[in-house]
Design a protein around this ligand. Structure first.
Ligand SMILES: Cc1ncc(COP(=O)(O)O)c(C=O)c1O
Length: 379
């Protein structure tokens, strides 16, 4: 099946019990057992639920993996994946990852003895040097949040495999419609499905996918043992959202390309980070491994402009956490999404107090631009 068809018919298509074209919301915690030890394969909804199973099969198909797992948030998915490791192990993470990923490693896993180090995953030879004893995995976001740093996924997975490490890719910014890390050698893909996969800013969810049977077995065990599963209603909403992922992403990206070009040409904008711009450092790698530059843009206003006044002046674009919804959202990473990273570390990796991150929605591009342009003027 081609990609656009897979988005609609991948995984478990329809309902075998009733021939309903959509997988129903199996809103149940448990299942009647015919006799001791005799059941239909469904026992308890933390362990398995048919609506969640449809979503898990769908994301596995879309990412080119063999098994998918759905969780109550992107962080729950990342936590489950990090639970694959043990005391004494270490994980290398891209320098500008989502603040919550940094926080769970720094404030939760570190106290259980799982170490981490920040690495320049976009520089493969530096990464090679950073792999010291105890390092068991590399966790990469590409493009990374919020500076859109692009990592060559095939090169990283090549080095990781040679050194016996797992590669975990957070594919939230791209989605499988634009980039499929498992086909480039990654072992595990994670998502904040809260973002483009859900697509409507109406749910919080996380997904993990792998193509290794042993990792899948262990993740299934961890998912059931720790219990951060996604409920049936949100699983249904996510399957529904994914059906329109292709058309939404096409529009998100067309709008982002238009907005990035206008920002880059604006005299009051000092810098724009967008992988779709030809002079962006990671542009060539991005277009080698993904369909296009995606729909996330970061930028800084010129000296003398006040970013607080910029945020205050916006009318259409909402100042909000999150990204990837049909509506355009803007955020201030230093005080919002990346506030959990200490200021010193933030500045070292380039997340300044002036940085603005824009998630370009699917409204009319001219309307988005007039709002942004007006706010720049008032800043
Ligand atoms: C790249 C990335 N990964 C993971 C997460 C965490 O996902 P969630 O908020 O669904 O827990 C986010 C949230 O913003 C994110 O942007």
């Amino acid at each position: 099946m081609k990609e656009s068809t897979l988005l609609i018919h991948g995984g478990i298509d329809g309902d075998a019990a009733t021939d309903a074209v959509n997988v129903p919301i199996y809103q149940t915690s448990t299942y009647r057992q015919r006799a001791l030890g005799e059941n239909t394969g469904w026992e308890y909804s933390r362990t398995g639920n048919p609506t969640r199973a449809a979503l898990e099969a769908l994301i596995a198909d879309l990412e080119g993996g063999t098994r998918g797992f759905a969780f109550g948030s992107g962080m729950a998915a990342i936590t489950a994946v990090l639970s694959l490791f043990r005391t004494g192990d270490k994980v290398l993470i891209s320098k500008n990852v989502y603040g919550g990923t940094f926080r769970v490693l720094d404030k939760v896993f570190k106290s259980f003895g799982l170490g981490y180090a920040l690495a320049d995953t976009d520089d493969v030879s530096a990464l090679d040097v950073a792999i010291t004893s105890g390092v068991k995995a590399v966790l990469v976001e590409s493009p990374a949040n919020p500076l859109l740093t692009v990592t060559d996924l095939a090169a990283v997975t090549f080095v990781a495999k040679r050194r016996g490490l797992l590669t975990i890719v957070d594919n939230t910014f791209m989605t499988p419609y634009l980039q499929r890390p498992i086909t480039l050698g990654a072992d595990i893909v994670v998502h904040s499905a809260t973002k483009y996969l859900g697509g409507h800013s109406d749910l919080v969810a996380g997904l993990a996918v792998t193509n290794h049977p042993e990792i899948a077995e262990r993740l299934a065990f961890i998912q059931n043992a720790t219990g951060g599963v996604l409920g049936p209603f949100d699983s249904f909403l996510l399957v529904r959202g994914i059906k329109t992922l292709g058309v939404r992403m096409d529009r998100h990206v067309a709008n982002a390309e238009a907005i990035a070009a206008r920002l880059a040409a604006h005299p009051d904008v000092s810098r724009v980070w967008y992988p779709g711009l030809k002079d962006f450092p990671g542009h060539a790698v991005q277009f080698k491994q993904a369909k296009n530059g995606g729909a996330m843009i970061s930028f800084e206003l010129a000296d003398g402009k006040d970013h607080r006044a910029f945020f205050r002046a916006l009318r259409l674009v909402a100042l909000a956490e999150s990204l990837g919804g049909v509506e355009s959202l803007v955020c201030h990473p230093a005080s919002m999404t990346h506030a959990s990273i200490p200021k010193e570390t933030r500045e070292k990796v380039g997340i300044t107090d002036r940085l603005i991150r824009l998630s370009v929605g699917i409204e009319d591009a001219d309307d988005i631009w007039s709002d942004v342009e007006n706010a720049i003027r008032k800043a």
